[in-house]
Design a protein around this ligand. Structure first.
Ligand code: SAH
Length: 216
């Protein structure tokens, strides 16, 4: 019980100092961050650090992004209730929970089955309805396409053509694109059959591995 109370306090402080103070202003994003228990998405030994201002190890050599980066990507994506959204890289499931809390109709693809299984279990326990598939997300998830929003939470050398093909007209995608050490966070819009790109700044993500990402 005591521990629960501390996590709630840490969460509130994280939202104030790392999210709001750095310029995230979308109320639905802020409310989701106040609600989703980040500590539930990280391994036991990492829980005490769940609200620190950085990425955290989630096992399998992967990381969950720093809270601010998750917030920045979420705000840029402008998610909304009932909007069909595809996430590539389920990882811990934390980003999925933030999007599900906002009400997105979420489909998420993860290449590592151990991570997908753990994320699915935690999301279910918390009451979030997210459809998760194990596979190569660089190829998207054709069965439920087109998507109004796509979020890629691993860094790739270029925007996968399959994901562009599965974007709805008027849709948006956020994705880190660059080399394996650092990337630019791109906001991509598909409008009038044309793609426009906006650079939201530098970032560092784990590798997007797959047919239309880095070679496995
Ligand atoms: N959104 C996650 C971030 C996890 S890190 C979170 O909130 O925790 C990125 C994840 O992308 C890793 O779990 C990695 O295994 C996964 N990944 C890398 N390449 C992938 C691909 N081609 N398809 C699906 N998942 C991929």
């Amino acid at each position: 019980m005591q521990e629960e109370l501390n996590f709630a306090e840490m969460r509130k402080r994280m939202v104030e100092t790392q999210i709001i103070r750095r310029g995230i202003s979308d109320k639905k994003v802020i409310d989701a961050f106040l609600k989703v228990p980040r500590e539930r998405f990280v391994p036991e030994n990492v829980k005490p650090f769940a609200y620190e201002d950085g990425p955290l190890s989630i096992g399998e050599g992967q990381t969950v992004s720093q809270p601010y980066m998750v917030a920045l990507m979420t705000e840029a994506l402008n998610p909304a209730y009932g909007v069909k959204t595809l996430e590539i890289g389920t990882g811990s499931g934390y980003q999925s929970a933030i999007l599900a809390e906002i009400g997105a109709e979420l489909y998420s693809v993860e290449r590592k089955s151990a991570l997908a299984e753990r994320a699915e279990k935690v999301l279910k326990e918390l009451g979030y309805n997210v459809r998760i598939k194990v596979g190569d997300g660089t190829l998207g998830w054709a069965e439920f396409a087109p998507y109004e929003r796509i979020i890629v939470t691993a860094g790739g050398p270029e925007i996968p053509a399959s994901l562009v093909a599965q974007m709805k007209e008027g849709g948006m995608m956020v994705m880190p694109v660059g080399d394996t050490f650092s990337q630019d966070l791109l906001l991509v819009r598909k409008s009038g059959g044309k793609m426009t790109k906006e650079n939201l700044g530098g970032c560092q993500f784990v590798k997007l591995l797959g047919a239309e990402g880095w070679q496995v």
